[in-house]
Design a protein around this ligand. Structure first.
Ligand code: PMT
Length: 397
């Protein structure tokens, strides 16, 4: 079963009779878990209506570059940033030529120029147009620029001829699109990850906790699984679904998280500590609900074990990645944590009301003893993939 869980796929549809298959493609991409937006060229709209794509994708369809209303809602730059991948299916001979030239005189062309996400094309055209040297030279240029090419297939064509130039079927294209995210960078490795908040019991109904939603950690877990790793996610209480192919173990308190990590760490190659672990817990947990008899209540707290520092101090420690949540002097505090906790890498984020905690987006400063790298504000899923790429590179050194 293919997975495009939480992926933003921008489907470009250019002018070809194969555009009818793109309606089915939207269904297949959505079945795999993707959020799909469609950018329809003028040529594409001659073959299939925006209404069809709007109904199937559940999102407005994007058609015009120079449309003030559309640009105000979600303009070409926002769409280019939104997309985790762009799939142009069908990609007509004309669209391929325009993409090769770097033209930005329509919406889809402008989005393709403005994105740093992967672009894939699914060519669809008459077999003579496909064989033409001009088309083949354009395709070669696109491949050299890292643009992926899915198909075409061979067979009977709508024009009555037979040969190469048929757009691949919707299920094949959805599977190829899912493969974009399957990097294999960590295949054969085991990643142990902690995420979410911990809850430190005060009495049977109350606890101390924090605002961590688990989103950052779960996004990294998903990216690690897509990179081919075996992923064990030890999670504090969250409302999130477990990412595909991730083994999840639920815990509540910091002590339970610590114990569970220690049970699994010996077999792991990489440890990532995204959890917002409570630093302190009540010394005494009341057996019964505490009654409000007094105006003030004093809780005496004791330190929780530092999971990250304990893992980093192990004799055969895995490659250890900590997080730093700071409200000021981000780099300075992160640098200090890198050294004090003895970890291989720190991903630091500024936190505050609506910043990092609970948000869908974040920004990270990634530090090692030798390097520093700023990952600009992006979705936590995008950042998760970027972080996994950096970890994989460092881990292989
Ligand atoms: O879950 P989200 O809503 O998506 O929010 C994400 C996040 C803001 C929680 C996440 O990006 C983040 O910053 N996680 C670390 C939070 C934290 O506890 O930071 P810290 O600077 O207090 O701790 C430093 C490191 O030590 C962290 O890796 C932490 O997991 C670890 N730690 C802390 C205390 C403790 N007792 N044991 C630990 O292992």
């Amino acid at each position: 079963m293919i997975s495009l869980n939480n992926k933003h796929i921008l489907l470009g549809v250019s002018g070809s009779i194969a555009a009818y298959k793109s309606a089915e493609l939207v269904r297949r991409l959505k079945d795999a878990g993707a959020d799909v937006r469609v950018a329809l060229t003028k040529g594409g709209a001659e073959f299939i209506t925006p209404l069809t794509f709007q109904a199937l994708s559940g999102n407005p369809v994007h058609t015009n570059l120079l449309d003030t209303e559309a640009e105000a809602a979600m303009g070409h730059i926002a769409l280019a940033r939104w997309a985790d991948a762009i799939l142009v299916a069908p990609a007509s001979a004309n669209f391929i030529a325009r993409l090769a030239q770097g033209r930005a005189d329509d919406l889809l062309g402008a989005i393709c120029l403005a994105t740093d996400s992967t672009i894939a094309i699914a060519p669809a055209m008459n077999q003579q147009m496909w064989a033409n040297t001009a088309t083949q030279e354009n395709l070669q240029q696109l491949r050299q620029r890292g643009i992926l090419q899915f198909g075409p297939g061979e067979g009977d064509q709508a024009c009555g001829e037979t040969g190469p130039g048929r757009m691949l079927e919707a299920n094949q294209l959805a599977a190829h699109t899912a493969n974009i995210f399957e990097t294999g960078l960590l295949s054969g490795r085991t990643v142990l990850l902690i995420a979410g908040p911990t809850q430190e019991a005060i009495d049977p109904v109350r606890y101390l906790s924090n605002h961590s939603s688990g989103k950052m950690g779960y996004a990294i877990a998903q990216a690690a699984a897509e990179a081919g790793a075996k992923v064990i996610l030890i999670s504090g209480p969250t409302a999130l679904a477990t990412p595909p192919r991730v083994e999840r173990i639920n815990v509540r308190s910091a002590q339970q998280m610590f114990d569970t990590v220690m049970q699994h760490v010996a077999n792991s190659d990489i440890f990532i500590s995204t959890a917002a672990v409570a630093d302190y817990r009540p010394i005494n947990i009341a057996q019964q609900k505490i009654k409000k008899t007094k105006d003030t209540l004093t809780l005496e707290l004791q330190r929780n074990p530092d999971i990250l520092a304990a893992v980093a101090a192990l004799k055969n420690a895995p490659f250890t990645v900590g997080f730093a949540a700071e409200t000021e002097s981000l780099e300075q505090h992160a640098q200090e944590k890198l050294e004090r906790k003895g970890v291989d890498m720190i991903a630091a984020n500024l936190v505050g009301e609506g910043i990092a905690f609970e948000a869908d987006e974040n920004a990270l400063l990634v530090l090692t003893a030798e390097n520093k790298q700023q990952l600009a504000t992006a979705s936590k899923f995008m950042l998760g993939r970027q972080l996994i790429n950096i970890i994989a590179k460092q881990h292989h050194i």
